[in-house]
Design a binder for this molecule. Structure first.
Ligand code: C5P
Length: 404
């Protein structure tokens, strides 16, 4: 199983007979959890019809740069922003030459210029075209710009010749695409993430909770996994599938989350507290369902332990990262929490009015003692990857300083 859950792949198809294999590749990417949008060059449509990819992906196939209808559905800049990665399979010699020279004369080449995400290119061409100095120079240019070239393989070619230039098989391409998300920046570190809301029981059928969906915490756990960490997740009640290869402990109340965290904390290098832990719980939980007999009644609440505060105050505290959901004065409140809870980092975002909670995108500012960084509005999984990369920078820096 490859790890492509939730990844947004822009699959570019250019003109070559190997385009028929891309139909299988599309299925495989989807089967492994990716969300795929297909963009075809005019040449590609000579080999496979857009309808094939449309039927397989269940989405409109994009072919035109300036087409009124498709631009109004999802414009080319929007499409470029949407993608987590651009995978071009097959990539013809002509397309490679155009991208290498910065052309933007059709939709796919324009997207390659407009997108700020990894570009993977799976060449497919006649062996002589592959070996030609012009093609090799173009590939070198692309590589120096960080474009990743996948393959090609050697062997029998559709033209009857034998040599390098065959497109890699669909399963190899899917695997290599999944691997580009594995950064290994936190290999060997043990990360504990909390996520979701907590539920504070009032009686056997009622509780106090909050609007946290757990999406951010789960995305952070996935991003930590891609960074090569050993990840444990302590989750409040959420409606999300359990991420693969993450050790999940399900809890309900803040007290349960507290004891689950404390049990694991001595085996933790980095603690990321994304859960929206209830600050208060009932002083006494009614054993029976409370009857609606009186016109009003009061619930007496007591303060819950602040899990993050306690963890960061431990003598051998892990690298501790908090979240601050604020409705006002974002920076000053976040800075105050960073200092008062003795955190290494805090990720702060504005909530309310449909921002932050229970939505798929978010924006945040991350603060640490010596700096801060604004992470622009983005899908939560991309934001989580950026956050993990900032955590890795600070965590690895702190550890290096310790040993010198
Ligand atoms: O002070 P405030 O509750 O806004 O701080 C939020 C941060 O503290 C979050 O990272 C949250 O997970 C953590 N927290 C906690 N235990 C609590 C309350 C908040 O760990 N009881």
């Amino acid at each position: 199983m490859y790890r492509l859950t939730g990844k947004r792949i822009l699959l570019g198809v250019t003109g070559g007979i190997a385009a028929y294999k891309t139909a299988v590749l599309l299925r495989l990417l989807q089967k492994n959890g990716a969300d795929v949008q297909v963009v075809m060059t005019r040449g590609a449509t000579e080999f496979v019809t857009p309808l094939t990819f449309q039927a397989l992906s269940g989405k409109v196939v994009h072919t035109e740069l300036l087409d009124l209808e498709t631009e109004s559905a999802m414009g080319h800049i929007e499409l470029a922003r949407w993608a987590d990665v651009i995978l071009i399979a097959p990539a013809s010699a002509n397309f490679i030459a155009r991208v290498a020279n910065g052309y933007a004369d059709d939709l796919l080449s324009t997207l390659c210029l407009a997108a700020d995400v990894p570009i993977l290119v799976a060449p497919a061409m006649n062996q002589q075209m592959w070996l030609n100095a012009a093609t090799q120079e173009n590939l070198e240019k692309l590589k120096t710009r960080g474009v990743v070239i996948l393959g090609p393989a050697e062997g029998d070619q559709a033209c009857g010749e034998n040599g390098p230039g065959r497109m890699l098989e669909a399963d190899e391409l899917a695997l290599l695409t999944a691997k580009t998300f594995e950064t290994n920046i936190l290999t060997g570190s043990r990360i504990l993430v909390t996520a979701g809301p907590t539920r504070e029981a009032i009686d056997p059928v009622r509780y106090i909770s909050n609007r946290s969906s757990g999406k951010m915490g789960y995305a952070v756990a996935m991003a930590a996994l891609e960074a090569g960490a050993d990840v444990s997740l302590i989750s409040g009640p959420v409606n999300l599938p359990e991420p693969e290869r993450v050790k999940v402990t399900n809890v309900s109340s803040a007290a349960e989350m507290h004891s689950a965290v404390m049990q694991k904390i001595s085996d933790t290098d980095i603690f990321i507290s994304a859960a929206a832990v209830a600050d208060y719980s009932l002083e006494t939980i009614s054993q029976q369902k409370i009857k609606k007999s009186s016109d009003s009644f009061e619930l007496k609440l007591k303060k819950n332990p602040d899990i993050l505060l306690e963890v960061a105050a431990l003598q051998s505290a892990p690298f501790s990262v908090g979240f601050a959901a604020e409705t006002e004065n974002l920076e000053s409140n976040a800075q105050l929490k960073l200092r008062s809870k003795k955190l290494d980092m805090i990720a702060a975002n504005l909530v309310g009015d449909n921002a932050g909670f229970d939505v798929d995108t978010n924006a945040m500012t991350v603060f640490w003692k010596t700096g801060q960084k604004q992470l622009q509005q983005a899908p939560k999984n991309r934001l989580a990857r950026n956050l993990i990369s900032l955590i890795a920078d600070q965590y690895n820096g702190k550890n290096t300083n310790k040993t010198h």
